[in-house]
Ligand binder design. Sequence first.
Ligand SMILES: Cc1cc2nc3c(=O)[nH]c(=O)nc-3n(C[C@H](O)[C@H](O)[C@H](O)COP(=O)(O)OP(=O)(O)OC[C@H]3O[C@@H](n4cnc5c(N)ncnc54)[C@H](O)[C@@H]3O)c2cc1C
Length: 432
Amino acid sequence: MSEFPLWAIYALPLACILCLYLLARRRREIRARDTMRRAEAAGLTDPPSLHPVVDHTLCMGSGACARACPEGTIGVVNGKAHLINPTVCIGHGACAAACPVEAIKLVFGTERRGVDIPLVKPSFETNVAGVYIAGELGGMGLIRKAAEQGRQAMESISKTPGTHDQLDVLIVGAGPAGLAATLAAMEKKLRFVTIEQEDSLGGTVYHYPRNKIVMSQPVTLPLVGKVKLGEISKESLLAFWQDIVDRVGMPIRYGERLEKIVLIDDGFAVRTAGADYRTRNVLLAIGRRGTPRKLAVPGEDLPKVVYRLVDPEQYRGKRVLVVGGGDSAIEAAVAIAGETGAHATLSYRGNAFGRVKPQNRERLAGAEKSGKLKVMFESSAVSIDQGHAVLEHNGGTVTIDNDAVIVCAGGILPTPMLKDIGVIVETKYGTA
Ligand SMILES: Cc1cc2nc3c(=O)[nH]c(=O)nc-3n(C[C@H](O)[C@H](O)[C@H](O)COP(=O)(O)OP(=O)(O)OC[C@H]3O[C@@H](n4cnc5c(N)ncnc54)[C@H](O)[C@@H]3O)c2cc1C
C-alpha cells in the first residue's frame, strides 16, 4: 500500500480553510445581493449626499470596504464592491480609507440627482464676504467634521469683528457645527447670538432613531478640550452636549428661525422669526435637512400641531392625524397606532405611497389590519381646530375628531436662501 503523501497533510487543512472562506464569502454575497435587490425594488437607489463610487477596473472584491462600513451601504456582488443600500450612506468615507487598491472615491450626487454644494473657501467664508458656512451644509457630513469646521470658521470670523452697534457674528443652527462655533465665540469673547429653529439642540442628531448608536472620532471643542466619544447612544450624546451648554452657560435662542439676510453697508441685517439683528458676519451652520414644510392652513399654529414625532407615548389614547406620504410619516403613524393604542389617520395627497422602505409597507399593512390606523389617499388638510381636523377628500370635505396633528411633509432646503444672498451654489452630479 502506498504511503499517504506528505503534501496532503498540509494541503487538506488548507483546502478546508479555503472552502470555509469561499462558503462565508458566498453567503455574504447572497445577503448583499438580496439587500441590493430590495433597495432597487423600493426605488431607494440614490444616496443623500457624499457617497462612494467604485472603480470596478481596480476593485478586486476584497470586501474590506463592506467590513469598514457600519451602515451596510456597500457590499460585494459578483466579486466587485457595489452600493447595495445607497440611501443609508452618511458619507464618512470609511470604505474609501479601507480599500487596499484605492478603487473608491467619494462624490456628491449622482448622474440623475444633483446635490447642491455652496462654494466655500478654506476659511469657510463664501463668495459673499462675511457669510460663512460650516458643517454639513458645506458638503461634509459627520459630527466631528461639522464641529471642527464650526470651530475653525470662528477663527476666521474673529478677524473681522463688528462695530459697536453690530454683533460680531450671528450663528445659525445648534447642531454639532453651531455648538462648536458657539463655544469658540464664547472662548474668543465675541459678541454673538446663536439661534435655532427647533426647541432643542443637537441638529440632525436630535432626529436620529431612538437609541441609535452614534460613532464619532475624537474632537477638540473650545472651552472643553479633547473629547473622545467613540460609540455612544444618541440620547447620551445629546445629554453630553446639554451638559456642556449648562456648564458654560451657552445662550441659545430656541424656536427662532432665520428668515432673511440682507446685505447692508458693512454687514448684514438679519430677520428671524422673532427678532431683527445687525451683524458683521453670519455663520450658517444649518445642515442640509432644511426647515419643515408647513401646511399653510388655518389652525396650523395651534400647539397640538407638530412637525416630527418625538415620543409616541405622548399620544396614548388620542386621535392623531399624520400628514405625509414618506417613510417618516408612515413610521410616525405606525408607531403611534402600534405602540400606544392611539387611533391614527394617515392623510396623503397622492394615490399610492411611492418610495418607501419595504418594512414600512409591511408595518403599515399590519397596523391597518388591526383597525388602529386608517389611510386616506388623495386627501389634504384644509383646516384644524382644537378638537377636529377638516380634510379635502374625494371632491368633498371630511371632518374628523382630532387631538393632535403631526406634519411630515418634508423640508424646505436652504439652497434658495443661499442663492438669494448671492452665495454661489454648484450642483454636483457625481463629482467630488
Ligand atoms: C440617520 C443618520 C445617522 C448618522 N450617523 C452619524 C454617525 O454615527 N456619526 C457621525 O459622525 N455622523 C452621523 N450622521 C451625520 C451627522 O449627523 C451630520 O453630519 C451632522 O449632524 C451635521 O452637523 P451640522 O451642525 O452641520 O448640521 P445639523 O446637525 O443638521 O444641524 C443644523 C441645525 O440648524 C438648524 N437650522 C436649520 N435651518 C435653520 C434656520 N433657517 N434657522 C434656524 N436654525 C436652523 C436645524 O434645526 C439644526 O438644528 C448621521 C446622519 C444621519 C441622517
